[in-house]
Design a protein around this ligand. Structure first.
Ligand SMILES: [Zn+2]
Length: 262
């Protein structure tokens, strides 16, 4: 996963904000998390379908929430929507797909999920905005077959184009249904204004406590080393790999969700 293009904010403004945005965005995200309603107990009993644009988003955004559900005996299904073929950019598509699938399996096992609970939709990575009705139909079919209480998905306001496209397709697929949609932030942690755009379409945010689960989450995140910068223990550069600072933002006291009003 990588923030290729901001959406909705002019590029010049993103550039102006560049020098300060990580600390500003971290502060905004932490503040939103603190203001959220504690849903730690309630969420553990609600079955869910986690829609992840890429292998790793499910663990970063929802790892503890998934573990709490599994520990409570609540059904969880994870669907990874893109094939992971394009990253890291210097390796072949086949290698990347194989590596990232193995990482996904390892991470989800650490979260307590069996192989049958994790599926691939295999849309081409970085091209989700071009998937159109095929993506809407795929999400709709998945929700019909698994009948979850909640769908956890990235937001249309997420700065990453694949993440935003999945959020939009999910909104369209579930319009008029009673399924509850909760958005989880990923690249909002890098772009302060995208927090505000996410909030605009949400009721009061909810938070799930990570207490007692962070060690396991850290191990699950660690399964994705193909995406990490050198400083984070991977082989990529600071510019294209996930940095220690990025990873740290998902290891706070809470995971945060933005419920979408029906
Ligand atoms: Zn991603």
């Amino acid at each position: 996963m990588r923030a290729d293009e901001p959406s909705g904010i002019p590029l010049w403004l993103e550039h102006v904000l560049e020098p300060v945005k990580p600390p500003v965005s971290t502060l905004v995200g932490a503040s939103i998390g603190r203001s959220g309603a504690d849903s730690t107990s309630a969420t553990a009993r609600r079955s869910c379908l986690v829609l992840a644009p890429h292998p790793d988003d499910e663990t970063f955004g929802c790892g503890v929430t998934i573990m709490r559900k599994v520990d409570a005996g609540t059904p969880v299904q994870v669907a990874v929507v893109t094939d992971g073929s394009t990253y890291p950019p210097h390796k072949s598509a086949a290698d990347n797909i194989a590596t990232r699938d193995a990482e996904l399996r390892a991470a989800c096992k650490l979260l307590g999920l069996d192989d049958e609970s994790v599926i691939h939709l295999s849309f081409p990575e970085t091209q989700l905005h071009l998937a159109g009705e095929a993506l809407v139909d795929a999400v709709s079919d998945l929700v019909k077959s698994s009948s979850p209480d909640d769908v956890l998905v990235t937001s249309e306001a997420d700065p990453h184009r694949d993440h935003a496209a999945l959020g939009e397709a999910t909104r369209r697929a579930l319009a008029g249904t009673s399924v509850r949609v909760c958005l989880y932030p990923i690249w909002q942690w890098e772009r302060p204004r995208s927090w505000l755009r996410t909030l605009q379409g949400s009721s009061r945010p909810e938070r799930v406590s990570t207490a007692g689960y962070l060690d396991r989450k850290r191990k699950a995140v660690g399964a994705y080393s193909s995406q990490f910068s050198l400083a984070a223990g991977g082989e990529l550069t600071e510019k294209i790999g996930l940095t220690p600072g990025f990873i740290r933002r998902f290891m706070g006291s809470y995971e945060v969700f933005f419920p979408v009003p029906q």
